[in-house]
Design a protein around this ligand. Sequence first.
Ligand code: UD1
Ligand code: CA
Length: 474
Amino acid sequence: MPTRDLLGALFVPSRVAAVIVLAAGEGTRMRSATPKVLHTLGGRTMLGHVLAAAEALQPEHLLVVVGHARERVAAELTGQARAVVQQTQDGTGHAVRVALQGLDHLEGTIVVVPGDAPLLTGATLQKLVDTHNAESAATTLLTARVQDPTGYGRVTRDATGVTGVVEHKDATEEQRRIDEVATSVYAFAAGPLREALGQLRTDNAQGEQYLTDVVGLHKSAGLTVSAEVAEDPDETRGVNDRVQLAELARILRDRIVQQHQRNGVAVLDPQTTWIDSGVTIEPDATIAQNSQLHGATTVARDAVIGPDTTLTDCTVSQGANVLKSVATGALIGADATVGPYSFLRPGTVLGAKSKIGAFVEAKNAQVGDASKVPHLSYVGDVTIGERSNIGAGTIVVNYDGQHKHRTTVGSDVRVGSNNSLIAPVAIGDNAYTAAGSAITEDVPNGALGLAREKQRNIEGWVARKRPAKGEQPA
Ligand code: UD1
Ligand code: CA
C-alpha cells in the first residue's frame, strides 16, 4: 500500500553510501616497525576500533585507504571493509579521491573518518549523519573545542556559520587563536564532494590536496555547510605517538570499566583493571584489584576474579573464583576455585566445584566435577574424573622427549603426594597410588598402585661414615 510505503520511507533513515577510513599515513612519530593504525588499545587495533564505529552505520561500502605498509594493514581488515591503495600520500583530499575511484555513480552520504581516532563511537557518527541529513547539507563536519589547538586545522566561522577550515601551517596568528578544530570526521553529499575534490589545489604550506578545503569550496558555492561540535572531545582525539596512545588507552579503559559497572559488575579498583573491548561480564561478578581480562573472555555472575589475575580467552562460570593467577584459553566451571599463583594454559577445562590450588600448572587438562589439584603440581594432557584428589607435588609426565602422551585418572581416585604419572598411563576409578610413586603402568579400579623403592635402614651408618668433628673414624 502506498501509504505504508510512504511511512516506511519516512522512518527508514537514509542509508550511508560509504564510509572512507583514512589510513595511508606512515605514523613516523610512533617510531615503530608496526604501522600506526595497527597499534592496539583495549585489545584491538586502532583501525579495529574505527572499523567497529564505521560498521555501526551499516554503510553500503566500507573503504580503507592504505598506503604505508599496505599489505599489513589490508591483512587486518575484517567484515565488509575493503582496502584501496593510495600509491603516494598526496594529502587527505587525494586519499578520498582515490577511495571514490570506480564509484562514480555512488549517491547519498559519504562519511570520512581518520584511522587513528580509536575512541570515536558509532553513536557520534550516527548523530553527525542525522544532522547532515536533517539539514540537507553538502558538508557536515565534526569539530571539537580543545585546550591546545596547535597543529590542528582551525574552523573559521562568520554570522552564517562555518566558512572553512584552515590548516595550522597555513593559518594567520589570529586564526591560530581559534580553539575549534577540525577532527577529520565528516559527512558529505556524494555529488558535491566529488565536484569539490576535482577542484582541490596544492598551493598550500604542505603542497598537498587538503580534504579540509572541501568545506570552503562548498561554502563559496553557496551549498549548506553544517558543523557539529563533539560532545566529548576525547572521542575525536588522534594518536601520533606512544604517549598519546597510552593516554587514549587509559580513557578507553575507564569507558569500558564504567560500562561494566553500569551493567552491575563490581569493579573494585577501576584504575588497575584493564578489560578488553570484546570481554563480556555478567552482573554481580566481581573484578578485584590489578586484574586484566583479555580477548574473548567471559565471566558469569557471582564469579570473583582477582586480585592480581590475568585471563585471556577464558570462560569463567557462575560463582567461580580465580585468585592471583594467570589463565589462557581455559574453561573454569561453576563454583570452581583457582589459585593463588597458578597457571592455566589452553585446553584446560575445570569442572563444577573443582579446585586448582597454589602453584599448579595445567595444560590441556580436564579436571572433573569436585576434583582437586591442591598444591604444587603439573597436570598436562590429562583427563581426571570426578571427586578425585591429586596429591601435592604430583607431576603428570606427558612428554617422553619426542612425543606427548595422554594420561587418564578415573573418578574417586587418590593420587598420593609427589607422584610421577608417566604417560601414557591410566588410573582406574576408586584407585589409590602410594606417595612418592612413579606410576608407569595402569592401576586397575580400586587397586593401590605402589611404585617406589622399599625402604631399608642401615644401623650405625652415621657414626661410621660421618663422625663428629675431631673424632677419628672407627
Ligand atoms: C588533518 C586535517 C586537520 C585536522 C586533523 C585532525 C587535513 C588537511 N587536515 O590533519 O584539519 O585538524 O587531521 O586530526 O585534512 N592520510 C592518508 N593519505 C594522505 C594523507 C593522510 O590516508 O595522503 C591519512 C593519515 O593516515 C591519517 C589521516 O589521513 O589517518 C589524517 O592525516 P594527517 O596527516 O594525520 O593529517 P593532520 O595533519 O593530522
Ligand atoms: Ca593526524
